[in-house]
Write a protein that binds this ligand. Structure first.
Ligand SMILES: Nc1ncnc2c1ncn2[C@@H]1O[C@H](COP(=O)(O)OP(=O)(O)OP(=O)(O)O)[C@@H](O)[C@H]1O
Ligand SMILES: [Mg+2]
Length: 534
C-alpha cells in the first residue's frame, strides 16, 4: 500500500504550507483520482510520493516502509513510485526517445535484453513504437507527455503517480491512456492521478478532493458526482460530462457509459440533447469574412532532420474571430503556430499579417509550455514587460498587466511571486496574461487551457472572445475541442502537416472533417451525433 500519513509539505525554509495534514492510501490495483482547483496542492502531494519533496511532518509509507530523508530510502521510493510530472519535458534525460526510456531500466542494472523488452513494451503501450530513434527535441508536447509516461512504465513500478498526463493529449489519446492503465500488468499497479478531466474521475476507483492544501473529501466517483457542491469545489462545476455523470449515477447506471457515446446517448435519452447546451446548428456566427486581414499561412512547408513536419499547410486566421486549430499530437499545429508568429522561417510558403510578411514580435504568442516564456522575477513584472515596450506607453503597463492577470483569474496574492513558484495552472495563467497584456493585431494561444480548472477555463474563453471582439485575429490551438468549439467562429483541422478542413466552426462537426483528420469527436459532440443532432 502507498500511503501519506498526516503529511505537511512546504517549499523553501519559510514557505507557507502547500499541503496540510494529508492522509491518503492506495492499494495495488486501486486508482485514486486527485482533483481540486489550481494551486490546491495536488502536484505537491504527488511529488512527495516518490521522495521528491520531503514532508516537514508526517510520513510517506510505501508497502510498510517509511520514505525517510536518507538517500537510499528516497531512491527506493523513486523506484517504487513512478512519477510522471506535470511538465513532462522537464524530466527528459535521453537524447532519443528510446534512450530516454532505457535510462531508468539501465540504472536498475537490468540485462540488455530485459532493458530492450521493457523499452519496446513501454513505447508500444503509449503509441510511440515507431519513434525510438527520434531525437527528444523533435517531439510535440503530447508526444513528450507520452514519452514521460513510457519512461515511468518501463521501470515497472508497483505504484504510479501521474500528474495530469492527459493534459496535452488529444481526446483519442486520452482514452487510450485510460484504457492502458486499467488493463494488463498496469491493472495491478496502484495509481494516483491528478486530473481536471471528468472522464478520468469517472474511470477511477476512488476520488480525493483537495482545496487550499487539504484533502477535504474522499469517496467513490459515484458519491462525488452526486454532490454538486463537491464537483464545484473540485473546479468541475458546469461541465457537460460532469452533469451526465450525475445523471447516470442518479439513474443507477454505470459511469463507464461515459466512455461509450452511443450507449450514453441511449441511456440518457432526450436528456442528453438537452444537456449539451451548444448545438452546432445554433452556434455562433462563424461568418467572419476571410479577406486577407489577419494571419494567413499559405502553402507552408517545414522539414526537420527526421522528416517533413509541415507539408504545404495553408490556414486563415481572420481578424475579429476566434479560429480553433485542432489535430492529433504531432500533426504540426505548434510548428504552424511558430511560423505564423514569425519565429520560424518556412522552407517554402509564406506567413503574412494583414497582407505583409509577419515579423517576429508582431504576434502575441502564448507557448504550449508556459515554462518557455516567463522571464521576469515576479508574475506582475513579467506581465508588465510586453506593455512596457514600444509602441506601448510604459505608464499604462501596470494597469494593462493587472487587468490581464485579473482577466485570467490569477489571484492578486500571487502577483509578487516568482513565476517558478506557482502551480502548473497558475503558471499557465500568468504566461497567458503576459501575452494578452500587450496590445497586438494577432494572438496565438497554444493549448491555453491545459491544466486549468473549470473557472480558469471559462476565464480564458472569455479572454479569447474579447480579444477577437476587439478586432484581433485570435488563433487557439487546442485538443480540448469540446470546450472551444462553442467559443470559436472558425475551425481548422490539421493532419500530417496539412490543413484537411477549414471553415465555420458550426459546420465542422457534421462535415466529416474530424474523421478526415483522425480526431476523435469530443464526448458532447459524439453524443449529439448519436442523438441525431449533427
Ligand atoms: N516551486 C514552488 N515554490 C513555491 N510555491 C509553490 C511551488 N510550486 C507550487 N507552489 C504553491 O504551492 C501550492 C500548491 O501548488 P500545486 O502545484 O501543488 O497545486 P496543484 O493542485 O497541482 O495545481 P494545478 O491544478 O494548477 O496543477 C500553490 O499555492 C502554489 O502556488
Ligand atoms: Mg499541478
Amino acid at each position: 500500500m502507498l500511503e501519506t500519513r498526516a503529511v505537511w509539505l512546504a517549499y523553501g525554509e519559510d514557505g507557507a504550507w502547500a499541503v496540510e495534514d494529508a492522509t491518503l492510501a492506495v492499494r495495488p490495483g486501486e486508482d485514486l483520482c486527485l482533483v481540486g482547483r489550481n494551486g490546491s496542492g495536488k502536484s505537491t502531494l504527488l511529488s512527495a510520493l516518490n521522495g521528491g519533496l520531503a514532508p516537514r511532518r508526517g510520513g510517506v509509507v510505501v508497502d510498510g516502509a517509511t520514505v525517510g530523508a536518507g538517500r537510499s530510502s528516497r531512491l527506493g521510493a523513486a523506484w517504487a513510485v513512478g512519477l510522471v510530472s506535470q511538465d513532462p519535458e522537464s524530466r527528459i534525460l535521453g537524447s532519443t526517445v528510446g534512450e530516454d526510456v532505457a535510462f531508468g531500466p539501465r540504472n536498475l542494472g537490468l540485462a540488455p535484453e530485459e532493458v530492450a523488452r521493457r523499452v519496446a513494451w513501454a513505447l508500444g503501450s503509449v503509441g510511440l513504437a515507431d519513434r525510438a530513434a527520434q531525437p527528444c527535441s523533435e517531439l510535440s508536447g503530447g508526444q513528450a507527455q507520452r514519452l514521460a509516461l513510457a519512461s515511468a512504465l518501463a521501470m515497472e513500478p508497483p505504484y504510479l503517480a501521474l500528474d495530469e498526463v492527459g493534459g496535452e493529449l488529444d481526446e483519442g489519446a486520452r482514452a487510450g491512456v485510460r484504457a492502458l492503465l486499467g488493463k494488463g500488468p498496469l491493472a495491478s499497479c496502484g495509481r494516483v492521478r491528478a486530473t481536471h478531466d471528468v472522464l478520468d474521475v469517472a474511470s477511477a476507483t476512488s476520488v480525493a478532493v483537495m482545496a487550499g492544501g487539504r484533502v477535504t473529501w474522499q469517496g467513490s466517483p459515484w458519491d462525488f458526482f452526486c454532490d454538486l457542491d463537491l464537483v464545484a469545489e473540485a473546479g468541475m462545476g458546469g461541465s457537460v460530462p460532469a452533469a451526465w455523470a450525475r445523471d447516470l449515477v442518479l439513474s443507477g447506471l454505470p459511469l463507464s457509459l461515459l466512455a461509450d457515446p452511443a450507449a450514453l446517448a441511449r441511456a440518457l435519452g432526450p436528456a442528453a440533447a438537452g444537456g449539451i447546451g451548444w448545438c452546432p446548428s445554433a452556434a455562433g456566427p462563424g461568418t467572419a469574412p476571410v479577406d486577407g486581414a489577419g494571419l494567413v499561412l499559405d502553402g507552408v512547408s517545414v522539414t526537420a532532420p527526421s522528416g517533413p513536419v509541415l507539408a504545404g499547410l495553408s490556414l486563415a486566421v481572420p481578424r475579429g474571430a476566434v479560429t480553433l486549430v485542432a489535430g492529433v499530437s504531432g500533426s504540426g499545429k505548434t510548428t504552424a503556430a511558430r511560423v505564423a508568429a514569425g519565429l520560424l522561417g518556412p522552407d517554402s510558403g509564406s506567413a503574412t499579417l494583414d497582407g505583409a510578411p509577419v515579423r517576429a514580435g508582431a504576434v502575441g504568442i502564448a507557448f504550449q509550455r508556459p515554462e518557455d516564456q516567463t522571464l521576469a522575477d515576479s508574475v506582475l513584472t513579467d506581465a508588465m514587460m510586453g506593455p512596457s515596450l514600444p509602441p506601448c506607453d510604459p505608464a499604462g503597463a501596470r494597469g494593462r498587466a493587472a487587468a490581464a492577470l485579473a482577466a485570467v483569474g490569477l489571484d492578486e496574492s500571487l502577483w509578487d511571486r516568482p513565476t517558478w513558484c506557482l502551480s502548473g495552472g497558475q503558471r499557465r495563467r500568468a504566461a497567458l496574461a503576459a501575452v494578452v497584456a500587450r496590445p497586438s493585431g494577432a494572438y496565438i494561444l497554444d493549448e491555453p487551457t491545459v491544466g486549468l480548472d473549470g473557472p480558469g477555463r471559462a476565464a480564458v474563453h472569455a479572454v479569447a472572445r474579447s480579444l477577437a471582439d476587439g478586432g484581433a485575429a485570435v488563433c487557439v490551438v487546442s485538443h480540448d475541442v469540446g470546450e472551444w468549439l462553442p467559443v470559436a467562429d472558425r475551425l481548422a483541422l490539421v493532419a500530417g502537416g496539412r490543413t484537411v478542413w477549414e471553415g465555420p466552426a458550426a459546420q465542422g462537426p457534421s462535415s466529416g472533417a474530424f474523421e478526415a483528420a483522425g480526431v476523435r469527436l469530443p464526448l458532447e459532440l459524439a453524443v449529439a451525433r448519436e442523438a441525431g443532432l449533427l
